[in-house]
Design a protein around this ligand. Structure first.
Ligand code: URA
Length: 235
């Protein structure tokens, strides 16, 4: 349980137990093969140990941060994960560009992660976009709503329908149900609009602030938020 919860390798946690660092229901554990259940209160060096193998976090990703757990050169989202959870095989659900801010779920629940990214479940992702260029016309909005074809790369790609809602000059929401590479930037570019700031504000049942005041804040998803994501993906 300790090794699975990121408190160290099997031999490291054996040493912790031998050193008296671990208690179970208030009694110092003596043996590493002591059997514990989800109801037992396990404490290691003063930190509660959760038997729940799945962790679910929400990071409000700042600008200039790579969506990766590690990188030799650039700041990356893995740096926002507390050290004692490094061994928990957490990884981001999908990817936000280096310059995109906002809602990023980080979990070690591979099934949920896979389903949230699969176009099959049509999970809605809402982005707030600032752009330079002509305003959206009704005809352009309709083209995107019908599923636009991008021809900016070697092979043309037909996108699923997306909803553009202009808010003000140079500002719009766009709702996607899939996650093709640089999809928002490419849709805007197709209509001669250059994205100058991109922020994901919603994923399925979860919505965050439109302003960037909480960029860099990591929090655990609430039970209801997790249940909501699972319900949307048939889990
Ligand atoms: N679309 C983009 O262009 N970039 C992102 O980061 C997410 C969606």
């Amino acid at each position: 349980m300790l090794a699975n919860s990121g408190f160290g390798t099997r031999s490291e946690v054996r040493a912790l137990i031998a050193g008296g660092a671990v208690s179970v229901n208030g009694i110092t554990a003596k043996k590493a093969d002591l059997q514990v259940s989800a109801e037992d209160e396990v404490i290691c060096n003063g930190n509660p140990v959760s038997s729940d193998e799945h962790l679910y976090f929400l990071l409000d990703k700042p600008d200039e941060v790579l969506t990766a757990m590690e990188d030799p050169r650039l700041a990356c989202v893995g740096e926002f994960i507390p050290d004692n959870l490094r061994g928990r095989k957490l990884s981001p659900v999908g990817r936000l560009d280096y310059h995109t801010t906002g809602l990023l779920v980080i979990t070690n629940d591979g099934t949920l992660s896979h389903r949230l990214q699969s176009p099959k479940y049509k999970i809605k992702k809402i982005y707030l976009v600032n752009y330079d260029g002509p305003e959206w016309t009704e005809a352009e909005i309709k083209e995107v709503a019908d599923g636009v074809t991008l021809t900016d790369m070697d092979t043309p790609v037909k996108l699923s329908p997306s909803a553009v809602s202009p808010i003000a000059d140079g500002k719009a929401y766009i709702t996607l149900t899939e996650g093709k590479t640089h999809e928002v930037r490419r849709i805007f570019a197709k209509f001669n609009k250059e994205v100058t700031a991109l922020r994901r504000i919603s994923l399925g049942n979860i919505t965050i602030k439109e302003d960037t005041a909480d960029c860099g804040v990591l929090r655990e998803l609430t039970k209801d938020e997790v249940l909501g994501l699972k319900a949307l993906t048939g889990l």
